[in-house]
Design a protein around this ligand. Structure first.
Ligand SMILES: Nc1nc2c(ncn2[C@@H]2O[C@H](COP(=O)(O)OP(=O)(O)OP(=O)(O)O)[C@@H](O)[C@H]2O)c(=O)[nH]1
Ligand SMILES: C[C@H](OP(=O)(O)O)C(=O)O
Length: 208
């Protein structure tokens, strides 16, 4: 089993404008849910034994303070409206702060994420080449790992295919909690069936 340690880069679109596909909700409830997803995902990362640091990337300065209070570090987006550009800059910054840690980009909308499942996933990665984990639908990506000199994430619509096109390898057999991103209420129900993190569970009780 690999004992390589990782720094997880967690991009968070400002919660007031993120998770727009959670339709039909009061805007304040949608924002609180988006915040809870990120907080639960960050806590799960911080509690994973193969995670040496968590670096949140967000332009929401107020919310970033809530995440640093949990134990994460935080920086603003390096490039406006360019998720992958901001992740590349975050990986470079992580390389300066934690030169021994391999960067992992992970979506923040994983409210069912379990630390043990993240550890089991990272333990199977060969950090000498790029890897990714497809999302539960098999269309997108929840997690991308590559050494800094090869770090070239392609998050966005259809990112599973995009990552395969770069030559990154798909990790199969990954636990559901690492793959269940939440874009809509059906996803939230699926995540709820897996077991939600504490903050999301408190909000979702009335919604699923
Ligand atoms: N820092 C940062 N994070 C982003 C940006 N765009 C997306 N993200 C984050 O990247 C991850 C995957 O994005 P999506 O699943 O599309 O999330 P979203 O943009 O909030 O959701 P939609 O409004 O439904 O597209 C989530 O953790 C988002 O918060 C961006 O421009 N900057
Ligand atoms: C960021 C993107 O998430 P989606 O918006 O497709 O859920 C992806 O899966 O690469």
């Amino acid at each position: 089993m690999s004992e390589q340690q990782y720094v997880v880069l967690v991009p968070v679109k400002p919660p007031a404008i993120g998770k727009s596909r959670l339709v039909g909700l009061d805007p304040d409830v949608r924002r609180e849910l988006a915040e809870a997803f990120a907080q639960d995902a960050v806590v799960a990362c911080l509690e994973a034994s193969l995670v040496g640091a968590v670096l949140v990337v967000t332009d929401d300065a107020h919310f970033s303070r809530a995440l640093t209070a949990l134990g994460a570090a935080a920086i603003p987006d390096g490039v406006s409206d360019d998720l992958n550009g901001s992740l590349r800059q975050a990986a470079a910054e992580a390389g300066r702060r934690w030169p021994g840690l391999v960067p992992v980009a992970m979506c923040a909308d994983l409210p069912a994420l379990r630390s043990a499942d993240l550890d089991a996933t990272l333990a199977r990665v060969d950090p000498s080449r790029p890897w990714f984990v497809p999302d539960a639908d098999g269309v997108g990506t929840t997690l991308y790992v590559a050494a800094l000199d090869e770090f070239d994430p392609r998050f966005g619509p259809g990112s599973r295919e995009e990552h395969l096109d770069t030559g990154a390898r798909q990790l199969t057999g990954v636990p559901a909690s690492v793959r269940q991103d939440v874009d809509n209420l059906a996803d939230l129900r699926a995540a709820s069936a897996l077991g939600l993190g504490r903050r999301t569970a408190a909000l979702a009780a009335d919604l699923v």
